[in-house]
Design a protein around this ligand. Structure first.
Ligand code: NDP
Length: 283
């Protein structure tokens, strides 16, 4: 059947998440729960797409009547060049995690930053104003969270990454918005304790624990892993072993950023607390 014919046969609005790998994603469950809660009729698919097939896959999803996509590892920066319209926060981040297909155009937005802020500040009660923050990793997710974190006026924000050049590019990009610096994992300054350490590497997806700076953790440090799993992630285990005050996985951010995407697509923001409870997961 031709793409247009497929589109014409659909009655339920189609959404999905594209990434590589993607099998770990819980986004379909979350959006199903949001749809039930808000009475919206949607279908949400898990789409494994390698980098070289990304553009073709997005355009085919659009042509066949798809209404919106979440974009995840490792495509968030690459997809920026494919959008016709981009929100200010996604443009500032240089990364897109939410696509909407409207009137033949592709709109790009980024809900990672607001999702993380809501989980940290609202759900978990972490004070960001005046905090010393260390982010591990400098990929698409880091791009999305730096701007919103800086708006909360931390005292300092350091980005440490395996490839220091990528961290430096981000620090330069955001330096006008706040006190951002960059370095490699092995030279993270530890003279002053960090209030918050955020793991935004994807190393945990392959079960790896890179040489994170153990001395950056004190008994007052709150550690947050953007990665999440049914079993504790390698970073969350490492942080606990290093004596962090708290070590939390990114389930809350996942649900909060998904609620923002759902709102962009459907014009209604679901309640996140019951969904976190229904998923029966602990931080
Ligand atoms: P990207 O692919 O864009 O970036 C990956 C980052 O991880 C890079 O900084 C890369 O370093 C680093 N990295 C990967 N493997 C290793 C390793 N073995 N050792 C050290 N560093 C490594 O991914 P994203 O930024 O999009 O996502 C990062 C993580 O955040 C993923 O696990 C993703 O699932 C999670 N995430 C969770 C969200 C949530 O809602 N909870 C939302 C968004 C993301 P280098 O530059 O040197 O290659």
């Amino acid at each position: 059947m031709a793409d247009e014919a497929i589109a014409a046969t659909q009655t339920t609005d189609r959404y999905g998440v594209m990434g590589y790998p993607i099998s770990h994603s819980r986004s379909p469950v979350i959006h199903r729960l949001f749809a039930l809660q808000t009475g919206q009729k949607i279908q949400y698919e898990l789409l494994q797409v390698s980098p070289e097939k990304l553009e073709t896959a997005i355009r085919q999803f659009q042509r066949t009547g798809g209404k919106g996509l979440n974009i995840t590892v490792p495509h968030k920066s690459e997809v920026v060049r494919l959008v016709d319209q981009i929100s200010e926060r996604a443009a500032t981040a240089g990364a897109v995690n939410t696509l909407s297909f409207r009137g033949g155009e592709i709109h790009g937005d980024n809900t990672d930053g607001i999702g993380l802020l809501r989980d940290l500040a609202v759900n978990l009660g972490v004070t960001l104003e005046g905090a010393n923050i260390l982010i591990l990793g400098a990929g698409g997710a880091t791009r999305g969270i730096i701007g919103p974190l800086l708006e909360m006026q931390p005292e300092s924000l350091r980005i440490a990454n395996r490839s220091v050049t990528k961290a430096q590019i981000l620090a330069d990009h955001f330096s006008r918005s706040g006190p951002v610096t960059a370095c490699q994992f092995n030279v993270v300054p530890v003279s002053k304790p960090y209030d918050l350490i955020i793991n935004a590497t994807s190393a945990g997806l392959t079960g790896e624990t890179p040489p994170y700076p153990a001395k950056a953790i004190s008994e007052d440090t709150f550690c947050y892993d953007l990665s999440y799993g049914l079993a504790p992630t390698p970073f969350s285990v490492w942080a606990r072993e290093c004596g962090a005050a708290q070590s939390v996985m990114g389930w809350g951010m996942l649900v909060e950023q998904a609620a923002e995407s759902f709102n962009i697509w459907r014009g209604i923001r679901p309640e996140t607390e019951p969904v976190l409870k229904q998923m029966n997961i602990t931080a």
